[in-house]
Design a protein around this ligand. Structure first.
Ligand code: FES
Length: 271
């Protein structure tokens, strides 16, 4: 029987990995989600808690997928606390995906924004020259560094650079300063980013100012996930249907990107 993507499918969490004290990866078997495109998301239902949008994480094992969640609000803490053997509901995948260029590529991720970056890395070609930038506030919030390295093992030209705001690991400073430094030195054919909005905003600005192709995957309050409720709007765009991935040039004309998002009640809030 054909699966209805808008109807929750129940899956069992098979394994939980602690990435940092506040971030966990929950692995489950699901063919459809295992083949999601980078940038796509699922709506995840935690019984008795709520539903929340989650970018779909890769798994090394075929036919499996995962969610990497930071405990933050009620729903994300609910998902963070799901144990091995427990069940959740998933619908999707929803949204568009990145347009991967060839050549010299830069990936900029912060926090759980690294999830779509990791999936995108599985699509780069061995001859591409790949740089991955991982930004974190401090050392114990760094994760996926080893994963990024292992995904790029076969690439002759690859660099994985970590920067921490407090300098406790890797380069010291904001990841966007590293972006600016790299883009001012070398030409890149494509820049891809996902993470805190201010990080994406600055990355998009750095690339746009040099006419470099750049895309960002936006996070917004999502309720329906399918373009009906309007809770995820960014200006006149809907993050769930028109995104989550947008081109930098398009974003540079959007007055809300980098400045506002909407809360649960749909009210604009400043970043
Ligand atoms: S989440 Fe409802 S329109 Fe996007």
């Amino acid at each position: 029987m054909q699966r209805d993507h808008n109807h929750p499918t129940i899956v069992t969490i098979e394994k939980v990995i602690d990435e940092t004290p506040t971030v966990r990866t929950l692995i489950f078997s699901d063919e459809v989600m295992s083949e999601a495109l980078p940038g796509q998301f699922a709506m995840v239902w935690i019984p008795g808690v709520n539903e929340l949008p989650m970018s779909i994480m890769i798994s090394k094992e075929p036919g499996k997928a995962a969610f990497t969640v930071r405990k933050h609000g009620l729903a994300s803490t609910g998902l963070f606390n799901v144990k091995e053997g427990e069940q959740i509901g998933i619908r999707g995948p929803y949204g568009n995906s990145f347009d991967l260029k060839e050549g010299k590529l830069l990936f900029v991720g912060g926090g759980t924004g690294l999830v779509p970056m990791m999936r995108l890395l599985t699509f780069v070609r061995p001859r591409d020259d790949v740089t991955v930038l991982i930004g974190a506030k401090t050392k114990n919030e760094v994760f996926f560094e080893d994963l990024a390295k292992s995904l790029l093992e076969e690439h002759h030209h690859h660099h994985v650079i970590v920067s921490t705001d407090d300098g406790s690991y890797g380069e010291k400073g904001f990841v966007t300063d590293v972006v600016e430094k790299l883009l001012s030195k070398t030409h890149f054919d494509g820049v891809y980013t996902c993470g805190p909005e201010i990080m994406m905003y600055k990355t998009v600005q750095s690339a746009n100012s040099r006419h470099i192709f750049v895309q960002a995957s936006l996070e917004r309050m999502m309720k329906c996930g399918v373009g009906i409720c309007g809770s995820c709007c960014v200006g006149t765009d809907l993050a769930c249907r028109d995104g989550t991935v947008f081109d930098g040039l398009h974003l540079s004309k959007n007055k809300e990107f980098g400045y506002f998002h909407r809360n649960k009640a749909g009210i604009l809030e400043h970043y």
